[in-house]
Design a protein. Structure first.
Length: 264
């Protein structure tokens, strides 16, 4: 992508908010996931990233985390499969020694102008990657999460305003909001907090892979701030929700979206 997304490698300055903790981040090889991994590392956390098959990107994220002085475990696999999530969690705990933070960030989207063009195969795959994976990852992690643990899910502004050309994607993001609120209530007595982040137009590789060049060129220009956001501008929301700064918040959604008011 030109320009390359900003991951915070040169700009994020940590203050030990996650010192001694360990996190697992799906979709951690690039984009928002990479920026979150870098920010977590700079705040003192070791991280495991789970990604599909972008091995070079995963190596680059690993380098960034290790340059911040923390450990990074890169795990390849399809998080839409429950066995992959279970094996990823077990490996992360085995190698990092613990698990305190789960970030469900993996996603895919496929632009279609008509609902009639969404095939059963596309519909199932989008739901498997975007929302089924949240269930599978949390189910796998639950026995390792203790009091004070945090689960953070990546939803989207499309969950609130919809998207006429990403109907299945927006539907999964709406499901993630409901999942977040429901799981937060379910786990409140265990003192495990569950929150979400709903980014607006963020400059990530997913954008270039999903849209036509003419749409990519004007991406983000329709929000009040008149530009796409950078992954590094979203990562602090995840740090806040992972840290004790948000100790009295659960079932909530943060909205780094360039000024779009979504009332959610």
């Amino acid at each position: 992508m030109k320009p390359q997304p900003e991951s915070g490698e040169d700009s994020y300055r940590g203050s030990g908010k996650l010192l001694g903790k360990a996190a697992i981040i799906t979709g951690g090889d690039s984009g928002i996931g990479r920026a979150v991994a870098v920010a977590f590392a700079r705040e003192g956390a070791d991280v495991a990233i789970v990604y599909l098959n972008e091995h070079q990107d995963a190596r680059e994220t690993t380098r960034m985390v290790e340059e911040a002085g923390r450990r990074c475990i890169a795990i390849a696999g399809d998080v839409g499969e429950p066995d992959v999530c279970h094996e990823a969690v077990e490996r992360a705990v085995r190698e990092l020694g613990r698990m305190d933070i789960v970030v469900n960030n993996a996603a895919e989207q496929h632009e279609q102008e008509s609902i009639e063009n969404i095939t059963p195969e596309q519909l199932l795959k989008t739901f498997q990657t975007n929302i089924f994976s949240c269930f599978y990852m949390v189910q796998a992690a639950m026995r390792h999460l203790g009091e004070g643990a945090a689960i953070i899910n990546t939803t989207s502004v499309t969950a609130y305003r919809g998207s006429d050309h990403l109907i299945d994607y927006a539907s999964t993001k709406g499901a993630i909001v409901a999942f977040t609120r429901s799981l937060a209530t379910n786990l409140a007595e265990k003192n495990i907090r569950v929150n979400a982040v709903a980014p607006g137009p963020i400059w990530t590789p997913l954008i270039a892979a999903s849209f036509e060049p003419k749409e990519v060129k004007k991406f983000g220009s329709d929000v009040p701030m008149k530009r796409a956001g950078q992954p590094a501008e979203v990562a602090p929301s995840f740090v806040f929700l992972a840290s004790d700064d948000s100790i009295y918040m659960t079932g909530q959604v943060l909205h780094p979206n360039g000024g779009e008011v979504v009332n959610g």
